[in-house]
Design a protein. Structure first.
Length: 368
């Protein structure tokens, strides 16, 4: 490993993308997504890991993984930094061997992936009509599954009246989106852990008429028993697990049967290999996997290579409408047709950073 660059790319009011690129002495590059941690802390963690990987070949990923896990506690930022470097290493490995990463992870089971449009990060006008307008755009772009997080303004310590007001407003937003997408498309709601157990159980009953594809993270993942109870009692499938790291992080979640659908994120869960391992854990428990990832196009193409190989894959997240230039941040340009993403058959992730777009969009580049 010769060179490690970290690019900060401003996106919108919700934050930046943090992208990592490794370059070998032979000029091969590997790219990874470190977005949506806490950027300053993720950078510090990347700096720490860079000492361990610089000047080394990165084929022995399990050696690096074990050394990394032993080296420090894995909070969100450390997990984000490690996962990004791990993604870079897989991209490099694929390019060095001339194979798509999916071929190195067991081979693909499918050539394209169903994706849902997460409209939440694109909605600025948070009125029901504002959500509906963005959902309508996603449908026009070809998506037949739409996700929103309608309770993001829930106060931490609100009065019962305030909590009810925000809960009802969220219901109005969700109903407005259901109305505009029609009964045949899929609706997914993310509660972002805003509800305690009893209120969460009531919420699950309240959203029943909306005929959800899934209800996501009603309560925090800890203690697992709360989500498990909601999962048992909810009439619709439940999903979650986006913030968990590694097979060890997922084991209690899977064992307690917290959700029907696990949502490891390649940006936090430990990277591509860890995502594959977590999916195997879920497969053993009869759980489907729908990787989380309102990510940059880098995180998306990386997750796609793993998803292509998973027997229990369900659907992949796609951050809809965040920027107008998203597709051109990579080459070839990112393309979804009717909400489906074709799994690249080119080496590595099958994509490179588009230098032209990067030059005009990045705020900074740091060389580690
Ligand atoms: Mg979520």
């Amino acid at each position: 490993m010769d060179r490690i660059e970290v690019f900060t790319v401003p996106v919108n009011h919700r934050g930046d993308w943090l992208l990592v690129r490794l370059t070998t002495r032979d000029g091969l590059t590997g790219i990874g997504d470190a977005s949506h941690g806490q950027d300053a802390r993720t950078l510090a963690a990347l700096r720490g890991f860079s000492l361990a990987v610089k000047g080394r070949e990165l084929f022995r990923l399990e050696v690096l993984r074990q050394a990394a896990i032993r080296s420090q506690p894995f909070d969100r930022s450390v997990a984000c930094a490690f996962s990004a470097l791990e993604q870079c290493a897989w991209d490099l490995r694929g390019k060095a061997l001339g194979l798509p990463v999916s071929e190195l992870l067991g081979g693909r089971l499918r050539d394209s992936l169903r994706c849902y449009a997460n409209i939440n990060r694109a909605v600025v006008d948070r009125s029901p009509a504002g959500f509906a307008a963005v959902a309508e755009k996603a449908v026009a772009a070809g998506f037949d599954a739409i996700k929103l997080a309608p309770w993001d303004d829930m106060p931490r310590e609100g009065s019962p009246e305030e909590v009810e007001r925000v809960t009802a407003l969220g219901m109005d937003r969700a109903r407005a989106v259901r109305d505009v997408i029609g009964p045949r498309r899929d609706l997914l709601l993310d509660a972002h852990s805003h509800f305690p157990l009893e209120k969460g159980l009531a919420l699950a009953r309240r959203v029943e008429p909306l005929k959800l594809f899934w209800l996501e993270e009603v309560t925090p993942p800890d203690p697992p028993e709360n989500l498990a109870r909601i999962n048992r009692e909810a009439a619709m499938p439940t999903a979650g697990g986006e913030s968990l790291f590694g097979v060890k992080g997922f084991l209690p979640y899977v064992t307690a049967n917290c959700v029907n659908i696990a949502m490891p994120d390649i940006k936090y869960c430990g990277g591509a290999f860890e995502l594959k391992k977590i999916a195997a854990l879920c497969e053993g428990a009869g759980m489907r996997v729908a990787p989380h990832g309102p990510a940059s196009p880098i995180g998306h193409v990386a997750a796609a290579q793993v998803c292509a190989t998973l027997p229990n894959f369900l659907i992949l997240e796609y951050a809809f409408g965040e920027t107008t230039w998203r597709a051109d941040l990579i080459e070839p340009a990112e393309e979804l047709v009717n909400g489906r993403f074709t799994v690249a058959a080119r080496p590595g992730w099958g994509f490179a950073l588009n230098e032209h777009t990067l030059a005009s969009r990045k705020r900074s580049v740091i060389e580690l």
